[in-house]
Design a protein around this ligand. Structure first.
Ligand code: FES
Ligand code: FES
Length: 153
């Protein structure tokens, strides 16, 4: 069947089996920032934004995204012009192996796009579903708070 979706601002039509896992389709279509971690909804490595909400693509069937708007890290920024969250992650040393980073950035983006500086507890809650095996979370939380302050100045 055909699925119509807007991803990273680009309207697309994909030929899919409606029972396919969205994470598998995204990676097949070249969105390799979306990572396969646990495949069971536990790690957050597969996080994307669906209509601005942080969602785990390993728990969604592609048939669920008809007409919806998706965001992946491919649209966030570039090496020369990073998104404020990406810049803050680098400045705060919040990236080590990087496997969790795309999902972390998107969960953080859903929070900071609400247009106010969150509290530390709100950042912790927003990133609750994203696991990191490397950083110990402190630097990630500092980076999100710093980026949110810069974006809301
Ligand atoms: S791969 Fe989706 S939550 Fe782990
Ligand atoms: S930086 Fe390695 S899992 Fe988070």
């Amino acid at each position: 069947m055909e699925i119509n979706v807007t991803i990273n601002g680009q309207p697309l039509t994909w030929q899919v089996n409606p029972g396919e896992i969205l994470l598998d389709v995204l990676r097949r279509e070249g969105y390799l920032s979306v990572k396969w971690g646990c495949g069971e909804g536990d790690c957050g490595a597969c996080t994307i934004l669906v209509d601005g909400q942080s969602m785990r693509s390993c728990l969604m069937l592609v048939g669920q995204i008809e007409g919806r708007t998706l965001t992946t890290v491919e649209s966030l920024g570039t090496v020369g012009e990073p998104h404020p969250l990406q810049a803050a992650f680098v400045e705060h040393g919040a990236v080590q192996c990087g496997y969790c980073t795309p999902g972390m950035l998107l969960s953080a983006k859903a929070l900071v796009d609400q247009g106010h500086v969150p509290t530390e507890d709100q950042v912790r809650e927003a990133l609750d579903g994203n696991l990191c095996r490397c950083t110990g979370y402190k630097k990630i939380i500092e980076a999100v708070l710093d980026a949110a302050e810069r974006m809301n100045k």
